[in-house]
Design a protein around this ligand. Structure first.
Ligand code: URP
Ligand code: ZN
Ligand code: ZN
Length: 491
């Protein structure tokens, strides 16, 4: 017996067709019209779209950062993702200081034990010693095709140009991709200390310490090094005109360079959000910072002319107020999750959050929630506004991520023999986004009050229904690690 999705519109990156989809076990086995129903569970999809599950290739679950840890983990974060129509994500493993890449992997495999959706890993390299350089190719044996280097966060993650260049040479030789966080960390550090010395400590000065020019400069440097080495480059969280220009120029020159932006960079603004009165702006502190309208428009243009290829979240959430009261309430409402041991043992403990940066913008943990909102917000901003067709939406949110990161067509489309990660999407259903109803472990939502039309009604992970409206049907441990293969195309 299989599951037969009847009379929906199947949306892939290339087509929209009215068809039935038959799933048996974990795979799609047949797509056709008027498929016989006998012996199958029939799901009536009249008026609905059937889309491949979303793939968010930039997340930080349970990340040690800025003196605390990001809130969502591989349990709660996965549930939240699935409620938003995302069935796979790729998380960043941290190389521990002084340790090997494999030490980082051991830690992340442990974190991932309660998984509820499928996941892969990218490897952040912050300490690129000779032995670590030699270790890079062995990541392929672990199904990891991507290493990420930071050109910012001086004294924490930042690497120098020599290291970036050498890493690109190694990656190019093995068909791997180098991902970069592109901001000039030396200039940022200088601007930051000047601002603080002048008593400029509010969240808005986070922006002043990271202007678009330093993102553009670093992006250009990485693009040029990719052109020199032939290494495939993927620039994460592109936010602004100078960075887009650098990528566009590189692509015009035929360099193997690609990039993504994240949902928040279309919507959240420097003036209204980051510049909100008091400490409120801390909610929107992330790096690179959110920009204003002219940069939002440039991002839309960058998708029109294929300068950028994917839209992710950089999901990395921290409490805004948290506090013992709200934290305990959250746990009560959500019937517990997988809490770290120290949190279980001391019920009054909570992870510190944004308040760490009261009186000093540089100490605000960087990042915001979004893994649950990505598909709905981009449908609203992209499809409902007429900027993206439903197929283009699928391409940017699922197909391109799978192709670039080496797991297509297992993931990222609906076709015979692919994983049956299927979202039954109701394009007419309405929803108001709010922290009071979201599933992320966070006491605010960046899109609070946004009304969206188009929501995931049911979500299937490899043939198993894990979300049905508001009901959670998944189980811990059911998410599988996705091994990825190298030599992916440049899109
Ligand atoms: O603000 C951000 N982006 N936080 C997460 C770490 C990173 O830079 O991606
Ligand atoms: Zn980053
Ligand atoms: Zn990130």
């Amino acid at each position: 017996m299989g599951t037969l999705f009847k009379n929906g519109t199947v949306v892939t990156a290339s087509d929209m067709v009215q068809a039935d989809v038959l799933v048996e076990g974990e795979k799609v086995v047949l797509i056709g019209q008027n498929l016989p129903t006998q012996g199958h569970e029939v799901i009536n999809c009249e008026g609905k779209y059937l889309m491949p599950g979303g793939i968010d290739v930039h997340t930080h679950l349970d990340l040690p950062f800025g003196g605390t840890f990001s809130n969502d983990d591989f349990d709660v974060g996965h549930k939240a993702a699935a409620f938003g129509g995302t069935t796979m994500h790729i998380d960043f493993v941290n190389q521990p200081r002084g340790g090997s890449l494999h030490d980082g992997l051991v830690t992340w495999r442990e974190k991932a034990k309660p998984s509820q959706i499928d996941y892969g890993f990218h490897m952040i390299i912050s300490d690129l010693r000779d032995d670590v350089m030699d270790e890079i190719p062995s990541l392929l044996d672990e199904g990891i095709t991507t290493v990420k280097l930071f050109m910012a966060y001086k004294g924490v993650f930042q690497i120098d140009d020599n290291t970036l260049y050498k890493a690109m040479q190694v990656a190019a030789k093995h068909g791997m991709i180098v991902m970069v966080h592109a901001e000039n960390g030396d200039v940022e550090a200088q601007l930051r200390s000047q601002l603080l010395a002048e008593g400029k400590t509010d969240p808005i000065y986070h922006y002043s310490s990271r202007p678009p020019e330093i993102e553009g400069e670093a992006t250009n440097r990485a693009v040029v090094l990719a052109g020199l080495t032939g290494c495939h480059l993927y620039v994460v969280h592109v936010t602004c005109i100078p960075a887009i220009d650098a990528l566009r120029r590189g692509r015009q020159l035929g360099y193997p360079v690609m990039g993504e932006t994240c949902v928040q960079y279309f919507h959240v603004t420097r003036d209204h959000h980051l510049g909100a009165p008091g400490f409120e702006g801390a909610k929107y502190v992330c790096s690179p910072p959110v920009r204003n309208e002219e940069h939002h428009q440039a991002l839309w243009q960058a998708f029109k002319d294929d300068t950028l290829q994917a839209i992710s979240t950089d999901h990395c959430d921290f409490w805004y107020e948290g506090g013992v009261g709200p934290w305990q309430q959250w746990e009560k409402d959500h019937k517990g999750g997988q809490w770290a041991e120290y949190e279980k043992q001391d019920p009054t403990y909570r992870r510190p959050g944004k308040e760490l940066g009261k009186g000093n913008f540089a100490k605000i943990p960087n990042g915001m929630p979004g893994i649950e909102d990505r598909m709905m917000v981009m449908w609203e901003l992209g499809v409902n506004s007429g900027k993206f067709s439903p197929s283009r939406f699928v391409e940017l949110m699922s197909t391109n991520p799978a192709k670039i990161f080496g797991c297509y067509p297992q993931k990222g489309t609906i076709a015979p023999a692919t994983d049956a990660d299927i979202v039954v999407w109701d394009p007419n259903a309405k929803h108001t986004i709010s922290a009071s109803t979201h599933h992320m472990r966070c006491d605010y939502n960046v899109y609070e009050g946004m009304q969206v039309t188009g929501v995931p009604q049911q979500v299937y992970l490899r043939g198993k229904r894990i979300v049905d409206g508001n009901i959670w049907l998944g189980k811990n441990g059911e998410g599988k690690y996705v091994r990825r293969i190298p030599n992916a195309p440049v899109l």
